[in-house]
Design a binder for this molecule. Structure first.
Ligand SMILES: [Zn+2]
Ligand SMILES: [Zn+2]
Length: 262
């Protein structure tokens, strides 16, 4: 099994901390782990987040605590050290980059020449709205419009050519808010764009693990079906933020993917 979405961010960038993730991968029979970090953690990406600030105190507080607190060079130094070691599981290193329409060239510039194994793009914000932070932020939000903009942004992410994969597509339903219209056309457009760009799509167990009362597990079956119809490679992801969660839910994720027939 492969787990393509694991965050190191809860500890220092040391080989000792990395080895805890490797050990847990061994324990859970996960033979390949993809480590990544959120773009917002790094000072170099901070200018990209101006558009989310000044909208509400919750998001401003979050960014002042979490935004730009590390340097890419710290993460790259760990990657360099790790690549001189051998591990009992395959280890790859990348970034989970928040996608903002219009920031494509900025992302290309910041990530050029870093020598990362992969970049996965994530829609975490809809026109600056941090839809996945807490349910109360949805108060007064036009749900249909949020869904339309989420999927339009996801399609542009896929068309941008900047990313190797798309993280947790369909995560917008995490607090249980549903649109009044069917999503099949958006699903098909997203799957087509992901396919045209040769990207992978995650079946990500993390959203459900964090919000089991309101979130569906991973992608809607219709989106999985569209991805399969378009020949997209679907990969399993825990979205672990601790060593313990390495591999969490990836077997269920694989079963969810396998259970959908085209
Ligand atoms: Zn994410
Ligand atoms: Zn993540």
């Amino acid at each position: 099994m492969t787990d393509v979405h694991i965050h190191l961010e809860g500890g220092e960038y040391t080989l000792g901390w990395l080895e805890k993730f490797v050990s847990r991968a061994k324990e859970t029979d996960t033979d390949e782990i993809w480590l990544l970090e959120h773009s917002y953690l790094f000072r170099e990406f901070a200018p990209m987040y101006g558009c989310i600030l000044g909208k509400n105190a919750f998001t401003d507080g979050w960014f002042s605590r979490r935004g730009g607190i590390r340097e890419l060079s710290e993460y790259l130094a760990l990657i360099g050290e790790a690549r001189r070691r051998s591990f009992p599981v395959r280890v790859r290193f990348g970034l989970e980059v928040c996608y903002f329409e219009g920031a494509e060239e900025f992302v290309r510039d910041v990530t050029r020449g870093l020598g990362l194994d992969f970049l996965v793009g994530s829609v975490h914000f809809i026109d600056g709205f941090a839809f996945d932070h807490e349910a109360a932020l949805w108060d007064g939000v036009d749900i249909d419009r949020a869904y339309r903009r989420y999927f339009e942004s996801s399609v542009r992410l896929a068309e941008s050519g900047v990313f190797d994969g798309i993280a947790h597509p369909d995560s917008i339903g995490l607090f249980g808010f549903q649109p009044s219209f069917p999503l099949d056309e958006y699903y098909d457009a997203l799957a087509a764009a992901v396919s045209n760009s040769g990207m992978y799509a995650e079946e990500n167990a993390g959203t459900y693990r964090r919000h089991p009362d309101t979130s569906p597990f991973g992608m809607n079956a219709s989106l999985i079906r569209a991805m399969k119809r378009h020949g997209v490679r679907i990969v399993t992801a825990s979205d672990a933020h601790t060593p313990y969660d390495v591999g969490a839910g990836i077997r269920e994720a694989q079963r969810a993917v396998d259970s959908v027939t085209v």
